[in-house]
Design a protein around this ligand. Structure first.
Ligand code: ADP
Length: 587
């Protein structure tokens, strides 16, 4: 999908058109010095959008700094969402208003494509309470909306994902410390795929030493400055005159400070030392918070480019298993096309990675995901649920053995999947403990025998059947079948069927899902609401749209009276959250 990504800052507007699948950047631009020369955000946006429009974007992703309590993920923008972003203005008075200006202008000029807000705060929104809460009166905190929100979430999420890809391990199995070190800087403990701690707090002022922001200080310092300089001046000093700039007395650009430090400038040296010390402190803290660490990732202008600063930060961390290879560190160059460099010593327990962040690509991806969700809502269409009772598929040879040579099945009624039918013929299945009579055969004949039963049947029969996808019977359980002309012992073929949805490519497109993908299906509106996880999507031209579950699953969700092949009338729609299909029973 071609996504226009808009990043509207206080004095600049940056945009890119990104092909979200390939990650290819198709076009980009930047308007600076907004506010000077009487040029407003509206003027700049108008110019930019006219140009961006020529690239025919299919969706627009807007970076929004603060999503407050309201947003746990990116969201399609509608009036309600606009209201919620507006409500977060007091939390980010410099950023959210300009983000909103960008949204209004872009929606006016590109009214026919979905617009999606991607929040810097969203990735941190599910931090545990122990990380989120400051130790002040909880009532007061609630009343004033005081808590840790965290920022740079798009970047932390993106680089953690790339680190997991590099380590060939699902991010859900990893504990990663991500260090976004740019002009603004923050650390994040990415624990099993989500942020469990981050150094920026209610505002981006907390945590690491930054270009001009102080990062952590004793709150008493803030009070003293406010008392003696006045609130506004104290705020200005802590945000604009502190950090590397304040410590060095020179400026906030690390390159300049490194050069000056080499010449022996004491302020520059001090700035570098305090910066590195603070980052190292957070690495230790987050390793402790997560009970260990698998990878440390450095990103942002400083993390990606400054080998000397990386060395300062990573020294004396051997006790944690972090061992950096100095040659690899010196030679590490990352780009959007080649974004990961491993700078760990061979055999180091913790991988140290330099990764090029790409917030625009992450915004484009999330926009695509959500925008296809918006389409899903527009095209919601009922998915019937078929409850499969226990049944049997046979081969030619098996039918011969059970019914006699050359026997032909007698169709009883067609099933919803084209060409499939239930048969008049029924068999007895015999387990070590019990047997079940009258189990229907489904036609046509297949290349392999397969007997599908429920967990309840399994207990009754006294067998242990694996949950398997249809056709995957290798190594499944043995079972004995009894027919009118003979008994057949199958060495394997007995399974509990994996719940799944059959659909055509057009259905898959409408729901925004792919073949072999797993989705969650929520059954709502009945007396026993239930969410089925791990529902396999199976896409084929010849399929009819239908979800298949077994009788136990249907009972658990109280899905009406089930009988063989009966279709429960259900209404399905898909919410914008990932690919969550929601199925409602019709009353
Ligand atoms: P922002 O937070 O504004 O996006 P960046 O991520 O671009 O900032 O990071 C800016 C910082 O990165 C500056 O301090 C700059 O000096 C530093 N930086 C960029 N390139 C290098 C380099 N080659 N060596 C050292 N520092 C660098």
């Amino acid at each position: 999908m071609k996504v226009l990504v808009i990043n509207c800052g206080s004095s600049s507007v940056k945009w890119q058109v990104v092909e979200s699948d390939s990650g290819k950047r198709l076009a980009e631009g930047k308007a600076e010095r907004i506010g000077s020369d009487g040029r407003t955000h509206e003027d700049a946006l108008k110019e930019i959008l006219e140009e961006a429009k020529t690239h025919a974007p299919e969706a627009v992703g807007h970076r929004v700094v603060h999503g407050g309590e309201a947003f746990h993920a990116a969201s399609v923008i509608d009036d309600e969402v606009l209201g919620a972003i507006e409500a977060c203005v007091p939390l980010a008075p410099l950023h959210n208003p300009v983000n909103l200006a960008g949204i209004h202008a872009a929606r006016a000029l590109l009214p026919d494509v979905p617009h999606v807000a991607v929040f810097d705060t969203a990735f941190h929104s599910r931090m545990p309470r122990r990380s989120r809460m400051y130790a002040i009166d909880t009532e007061l905190a609630k009343e004033k909306g005081i808590r840790r929100f965290g920022f740079h979430g798009t970047s932390h999420k993106f680089v953690a994902g790339l680190a997991a890809d590099y380590l060939k391990t699902p991010v859900q199995d990893l504990r990663i410390i991500t260090l976004h070190l740019g002009n603004g800087a923050s650390a994040c403990a990415v624990e099993l795929g989500s942020s469990s701690e981050t150094s920026m707090g209610m505002t981006p002022l907390e945590g690491l030493v930054m270009g001009t922001r102080s990062g952590d200080v004793d709150p008493g310092v803030v009070l003293k400055l406010a008392r003696e300089l006045g609130i506004d001046e104290a705020e200005r000093v802590l945000n604009r005159e502190s950090g590397l700039k304040g410590l060095s007395g020179i400026g906030n650009d690390l390159r300049d400070l490194q050069a000056k430090a080499e010449e022996g400038h004491d302020g520059a040296r001090l700035a570098l030392t305090v910066f590195a010390h603070q980052v190292r402190k957070y690495i230790g803290a987050y390793a402790a918070v997560m009970g260990g660490v698998d990878a440390v990732v450095l990103t942002g202008g400083i993390g990606e480019n400054s080998a000397p600063m990386r060395r300062r930060i990573l020294q004396r961390l051997e006790f944690l298993g972090v061992r950096m290879d100095e040659d690899a560190n010196q030679g590490a160059k990352v780009t959007d096309d080649d974004p990961v460099r491993d700078i760990s010593e061979p055999g180091a327990r913790v991988k140290t990675l330099v990764i090029a962040t790409n917030e625009e690509l992450e915004i484009a991806r999330q926009t695509q995901e959500i925008a296809s969700g918006a389409k899903k809502i527009a095209q919601k269409k009922p998915i019937p649920i078929a409850v499969s009772a226990r049944h049997i598929h046979l081969t030619r040879e098996a039918l011969d053995a059970l019914y006699g040579e050359g026997y032909e099945l007698t169709p009883y009624k067609p099933l919803s999947q084209p060409g499939q039918f239930a048969c008049e013929e029924k068999l007895t299945i015999i387990g070590p403990r019990n047997k079940i009579e009258g189990v229907r055969i489904l036609g046509p004949l297949r290349p392999g025998c397969q007997v599908e039963i429920s967990r309840t049947d399994e207990f009754f029969l006294g067998v242990d059947a694996p949950v398997r996808h249809s056709g995957k019977t290798k190594g499944s359980a043995p079972i004995t079948l009894e027919g009118p002309k003979g008994t057949l012992k199958l060495e394997e073929g007995l399974i509990c069927a994996w719940r799944h949805i059959h659909m055509t490519p057009a259905d898959a497109e409408a729901y925004g899902v792919k073949d072999k993908e797993y989705v969650e299906v929520a059954v709502k509106g009945g007396p026993r609401d239930l969410i089925f996880g791990d529902v396999l999507v199976r896409v084929k031209d010849s399929y009819a749209l239908e979800m298949h579950i077994d009788t136990d699953e249907a009972n658990a969700a109280e899905l009406g009276r089930m009988s063989e092949g009966d279709i429960v009338d259900a209404e399905v729609y898909v919410t914008p959250n990932d690919a969550e299909a929601v199925i409602r029973e019709k009353s």
